[in-house]
Design a protein around this ligand. Structure first.
Ligand SMILES: Cc1ncc(COP(=O)(O)O)c(C=O)c1O
Ligand SMILES: [Zn+2]
Length: 422
């Protein structure tokens, strides 16, 4: 964000960011004041929010609303956040997935189903936090580069909040994801390039234009914290305890790192018992820079040109990739990838076992879960959570060739009997 907004940011009201006290560099620990900053002035490392929480109790949280604001004490948002118009995302279902578990040989399996958020992906969580920051920093425009779901969430949240939105997407994006943004904003910009090109363009615009809050660029530290609520909810819905294993899709890697951060915070605050848990990352083979580095045993992530049907995960140069490697290795997890055919099979498998229609990101995650069991990387005897981050109606084309009516018949009993379906 440019100088004009920085100046205004100094007029930020007291308590604008709740219990957040500073921005802290993930690489060198250098601290800067809360504001529209995202890179460390010392080493250019990514900044993240640092807090002084004080006491936070289960009772306080349980008395809150059935959305992410029940965790507002743990987020960089003001204590009156519920008063400003927002999409009220979160507190989605955690479903016991016995049928899928039986199919995969996992004794104790849960699906965290984030496809039921207001715009049908987990992105409503991060956008709600970014919107709060944009408001408190007096941004004029709410914007993002996106692989699709983020654009939907930004466009909708901006409409509800009455703030101008401009969203940028790769022009080859699935049509439903384009419509799901364009219906909320007259400023959807389709860019001829892949996500990494769109992201670069957004950074350039953020440097040129006054007062633009790009949710995942210049207010990224605030935005990213929204993903922590997935971790808080899973723990609370399990009865205030952590699962043994969790499988999470990886594009930029932000979500995975924040679910881990959430678990660590819950332990530090005494809200759950400290215990080991293993974190697994899921990628599609056609865009698997993190899983390639994981398997090669190296720390550096080599950017790739994405080529996969899992377009929502198609980030070839993932900002949080190195942190994903650290967490997955450090917790005894892994990062794995699957082919596009396996992604399609994963979508159908989840649908037919649990009645949940997921998009390609979820197909990737379910297929990776299956592969992790088959290869012995995941312990099928332990309690496992898999996150479904988006809805299948947005990526219909992925499975429209593999699922179809079993028969097309005349409206007669004889015709039906002839199908053998009776
Ligand atoms: C449905 C879905 N799942 C997962 C992700 C990955 O999120 P992250 O970039 O935080 O790794 C995305 C990102 O766009 C997404 O749209
Ligand atoms: Zn630094």
């Amino acid at each position: 964000m440019s100088a004009a907004v920085v100046e205004k940011a100094s007029t930020t009201r007291e308590g604008a960011f709740g219990n957040a006290v500073a921005l802290s560099c993930r690489e060198c620990g250098h601290r800067v004041d809360l504001g529209p900053f995202y890179a460390c002035p010392e080493c250019f490392g990514p900044l993240e929010i640092a807090y002084e929480f004080g006491e936070v109790t289960r009772e306080q949280i349980e008395a809150g609303p059935a959305n992410i604001w029940r965790y507002k004490a743990l987020l960089p948002v003001p204590s009156d956040i519920e008063q400003s118009p927002n999409m009220e995302p979160g507190f989605t279902r955690l479903l016991k997935a016995d049928n899928l578990g039986a199919e995969l040989g996992i004794a104790d399996l849960w699906v965290k189903d984030d496809s039921t958020n207001p715009t049908n992906s987990f992105k409503d969580r991060v956008v709600a936090c970014a919107l709060s920051a944009a408001r408190e920093l007096h941004a004029k425009v709410f914007a993002c580069p996106s692989t699709g779901n983020l654009a939907n969430a930004v466009a909708a949240a901006g409409a509800r909040a009455g703030i101008k939105t401009v969203v940028f997407i790769p022009s080859n994006l699935e049509q439903p994801k384009q419509v799901n943004s364009a219906v909320f904003t007259d400023s959807l910009v389709a860019v001829d390039g892949n996500y990494d090109d769109v992201n670069k363009l957004a950074s350039e615009i953020a440097g040129e234009e006054d007062g633009w809050a790009f949710v995942n660029v210049n207010v990224r530290p605030y935005y990213a914290e929204g993903s922590k609520t997935l971790g808080y909810e899973i723990a609370e819905q399990l009865g205030w305890r952590l699962p043994d294993q969790i499988v999470i899709p990886v594009a930029s890697g932000s979500q995975l790192t924040k679910v881990h951060k959430a678990f660590q915070e819950l332990i530090a605050l005494g809200l759950v018992e400290d215990k080991p848990y293993r974190v697994f990352g899921a990628q599609a083979e056609g865009c698997s820079p993190v899983s390639v580095a994981y398997k090669a045993g190296v720390d550096a992530i080599r950017p790739v040109k994405p080529d996969t049907i899992a377009k929502s995960l198609a980030i070839g140069n993932p900002a949080d990739g190195i942190y994903v490697l650290d967490i997955c290795r450090g917790t005894g997890g892994a990062v794995e990838d699957v082919t596009d055919d396996q992604v399609r099979e994963g979508i159908v498998l989840l649908a037919r076992t649990e009645g949940i229609f997921t998009e390609t990101a979820g197909g990737t995650t379910v297929a990776v879960l299956k592969k992790l069991v088959e290869t012995g990387q995941l312990d099928a005897s332990l309690e496992t959570v898999v996150i479904n981050t988006g809805h299948g109606l947005k990526t219909l084309d992925a499975v429209s060739g593999s699922v179809a009516p079993a028969a097309t018949i005349a409206p007669t009993y004889a015709a039906f009997a002839a199908t053998g379906l009776a």
